[in-house]
Design a protein around this ligand. Structure first.
Ligand code: NAI
Length: 244
């Protein structure tokens, strides 16, 4: 490795080129933290999608006093094949015991760890209308250590009101988020406002957004956007129901 660096400098290349070589070396032998991150990056999105499903079930089992669950047992509770469950969990190191199964507490901890839910993760909600208010009142984010910690709206009649314990703030003051350690965003505004809201959230440091508006959101590659549209799911249902 040293020879490579030496020969590189003796060749009298520009600083920019030497930076390229250093990057190449770093890529070939990245530090431990980066190696871990790379490992997670190789995990298929489909696996990441299933992890919260496993987590939810594992939390319920744990609450019910269950200490251990096999992949087969978990599979029958979730309608997912035991093979798939084993494969998904194997991405994060073997923590099941052959013939015994998974320690439920450990399963909860490990999945929370992978999803980075070990600490409470704060989200900001933009748009406190019908949907936004329902999201604020929903207690179901807590088991996943997710908390809606701030809510913004553009409507002057809404700003300053308390909704589910949170005071609705003026969206013009979104930049106050910079000092509040909130890196998740939820968009519940009309479609034509969604892209602007997303841009503003990204500008103030939000790194991942759950978008409920029926609108494609374009964002830099390092920002994760997940769009949910119940109507799209509903629109598929009639296809499976033959007309009489
Ligand atoms: P709503 O009209 O009740 O609420 C929208 C809120 O956004 C209002 O309080 C409004 O003042 C605020 N708003 C508008 N422009 C804004 C801006 N630039 N910055 C901050 N706040 C702004 O509408 P509703 O029913 O709550 O729906 C909200 C969004 O969610 C819509 O895009 C709707 O299509 C979508 N939706 C999606 C569903 C899904 O399954 N993904 C289900 C229901 C609604």
């Amino acid at each position: 490795m040293n020879r490579l660096i030496e020969s590189h400098f003796t060749a009298n290349r520009t600083w920019n080129e030497s930076e390229n070589v250093q990057n190449a070396l770093r890529k070939a032998n990245p530090p431990v933290r980066e190696r871990r991150a790379m490992r997670y990056r190789r995990v298929p999105d489909e696996t990441i999608k299933r992890l919260p499903i496993y987590l939810r079930r594992a939390i319920r089992l744990s609450e019910g006093g269950v200490k251990c669950v096999s992949s087969k047992g978990l599979a029958s509770l979730l309608g997912i094949s035991p093979w798939q469950i084993r494969k998904d969990l194997s991405y994060f190191g073997g923590f099941g015991t052959r013939g015994v199964g998974y320690d439920v507490e450990k399963l909860v901890d490990r999945i929370k760890n992978v999803l980075r839910l070990q600490v409470v993760r704060k989200a900001v909600l933009v748009g406190v209308g019908n949907l936004g208010s329902a999201l604020l009142a929903f207690p179901g984010f807590r088991p996943y250590s997710l908390e809606i910690a701030a809510a913004f709206d553009i409507d002057k009649t809404e700003i300053g009101k308390k909704r589910s314990g949170l005071v609705v703030e003026d969206v013009a003051l979104l930049e106050t988020l910079k000092e509040r350690n909130i890196d998740l965003g939820i968009i519940a505004v009309p479609a034509d406002a969604a892209q602007d809201v997303a841009n503003n959230l990204i500008d103030v440091g939000v790194k991942a957004i759950l978008n409920f508006a029926p609108q494609y959101i374009s964002a830099p590659k390092n920002i994760k956007i997940i769009t949910i549209d119940i109507a799209l799911y509903l629109a598929r249902l009639p296809y499976y129901v033959p007309s009489k």
